[in-house]
Design a binder for this molecule. Structure first.
Ligand code: CO8
Length: 264
């Protein structure tokens, strides 16, 4: 549909921002289309998502500067809220979302990638928050998520200088987990997603909540939260089968089998 495509491969959903003529820049329509695609993901069908950009040059080159150039103060705030609401929805989406960054991830593009669970990128990728050079602050969560991901000092340096960094530097500072060639990027991301999709879905979902929510709490509250989520896995069919399989293996290695987790 529109500027965002959706396809399913096995238990993995692939979302592609498809506006290559503008390097996949996020205008209001792209944000609306992405929101609609996310709302329509069938969680009975998939257990992980990959998010990428169309073409071989850009993941997302930021929010649409042409559209933003005409905004009033009130409209600017509303545009920021539109992006933030959507990116929070992605960050808290029940299944893991991997960003496959295939080129520029600038401004809102880096912010979109940072709302995913983790990022892998192609060797031509470029990351940055160029907003201060445009007379604005990052407005889709960049000041917050970048500081949490790479630490406040590095985040402030990137944001204040508006300097873009290449894939190897993004890897060095922990913004991305892995660098591949452009050809290998999508297969690698899909393979990672399908590995995740093969693990127990309730456990994976609880791990996502534990990390995302726990990181905002004191250690004592965070470990209490972990206890609840850990306990929440017990008595599930997947926990019982996963552990029974291990015990069968100990008993007789010939009984090793692949556990097809049922999400219940
Ligand atoms: N917005 C709109 N159009 C864009 C954008 C963008 N962010 N980026 C690229 N395009 C368009 C270009 O205008 C061009 O269109 P056309 O062919 O019609 O002229 C087309 O994409 C191709 O771009 P270039 O010709 O510039 O390609 P280059 O390879 O020469 O350069 C760059 C690529 C370096 C990525 C360059 O396009 C660039 O610098 N783009 C802007 C990057 C940027 O500054 N991004 C941050 C935007 S600000 C932001 O994201 C804020 C987010 C929070 C919003 C909060 C709201 C309140």
């Amino acid at each position: 549909m529109g500027f965002v495509d959706y396809a399913v491969d096995g238990a993995v959903g692939l979302i592609t921002i498809n506006r290559p003529q503008a390097l996949n820049a996020l205008n209001s329509q792209v944000l609306d289309d992405l929101n609609e695609v996310i709302d329509n993901v069938n969680l009975e069908e998939i257990r992980a998502l990959v998010l990428t950009g169309a073409g071989d040059k850009s993941f997302v080159a930021g929010a649409d500067i042409g559209e933003m150039s005409k905004l009033t103060r009130k409209e600017g705030e509303a545009f920021g809220k539109k992006g933030n609401d959507l990116f929070l929805k992605i960050e808290t989406f029940p299944v893991p979302v991997i960003a496959a960054v295939n080129g520029f991830a600038l401004g809102g593009g880096n912010e979109l990638a940072m709302s995913c669970d983790f990022r892998i990128c192609s060797d031509n990728a470029m990351f940055g928050q160029p907003e201060t050079g445009l007379g604005i602050t990052p407005g889709f969560g960049g000041t917050q998520r970048l500081a949490r991901l790479v630490g406040p000092g590095m985040a402030k340096q990137m944001i204040y200088t508006a300097r873009n960094i290449k894939a190897d530097e993004a890897y060095r500072i922990g913004l991305v987990n892995q660098i591949c060639t452009l050809e290998e990027l999508l297969p690698t991301a899909m393979k990672l997603a399908s590995t995740i999709a093969g693990n127990a879905p309730i456990a994976v979902r609880n791990c996502k909540s534990a990390v995302n929510e726990g990181i905002q709490l004191s250690m004592s509250d965070a470990v209490r939260l972990e206890e609840e989520l850990f306990g929440g896995c017990f008595e599930s069919a997947d926990q019982q089968e996963g552990m029974a399989n291990f015990l069968r293996k100990k008993d007789d290695p010939a009984k090793v089998k692949h556990v097809a987790f049922q999400n219940k």
